[in-house]
Design a protein around this ligand. Structure first.
Ligand code: AMP
Length: 174
């Protein structure tokens, strides 16, 4: 039986030299790959109690909304600055070069909600850290973080100490 890793395509030197890009398009363009990925992520968090799933643009939308649908939970969007039409809260975070900003609608969930944070991949953890801050600004509690792929060499999990991080696939020293 194929594993999730079998479906992930690695592109060396994309988007720049030295980066091993873990391409998940080859997971989701295969019906069995998509099902395996979403089912595995749901299984990882089966003991986590959460009220709502939050996913970040754009690949977090794919896995987050599929998980929410499967578990019959609401799904809320975390988008890049300027995309959401209603009142928002925002959080800036550092990228390798410069900074970026993520936003959420202020009515995404009621205060006190337990929010499962979903993305495709955790590298340095900077994006997920910004997502957690947004959720907390809205009075939510980060019930857990679930990603398809983890790159432990970049120490994202350490950056998110105190939060539960679940990953389906890990590339250590690869
Ligand atoms: P970070 O904030 O460093 O944890 O980076 C997270 C985001 O950058 C993820 O949502 C990925 O989409 C993207 N990313 C970073 N490194 C890689 C990589 N090696 N392969 C694929 N995507 C990556």
């Amino acid at each position: 039986m194929k594993t999730i890793k079998d479906y992930i395509r690695t592109i060396p030197d994309f988007p720049k030299p030295g980066i091993q890009f873990r391409d998940i398009t080859t997971v989701i363009q295969d019906a069995d790959g998509l099902k395996l990925a979403v089912d595995s992520m749901c299984d990882l968090v089966k003991d986590v109690e959460y009220d709502v799933v939050a996913g970040a643009e754009a690949r977090g939308f794919i896995f987050g909304s599929a998980m929410a649908y499967k578990e019959h939970k609401p799904f809320v969007l975390i988008r890049k600055k300027g995309k959401l039409p209603f009142e928002t809260v925002s959080q800036s975070y550092e990228l390798e070069y410069g900074s970026a900003e993520l936003e959420m609608h202020t009515d995404s969930f009621p205060a006190g909600s337990r929010v499962l944070i979903v993305d495709d991949l955790i590298a340095t953890g900077g994006t997920i850290e910004a997502m957690i801050k947004l959720v907390e600004k809205l009075g939510g509690k980060a019930a857990g973080v679930c990603v398809l792929v983890e790159l432990p060499d970049l120490k994202g999990r350490e950056r998110l100490e105190g939060y539960d991080v679940f990953s389906a696939v890990s590339y250590e020293g690869e």
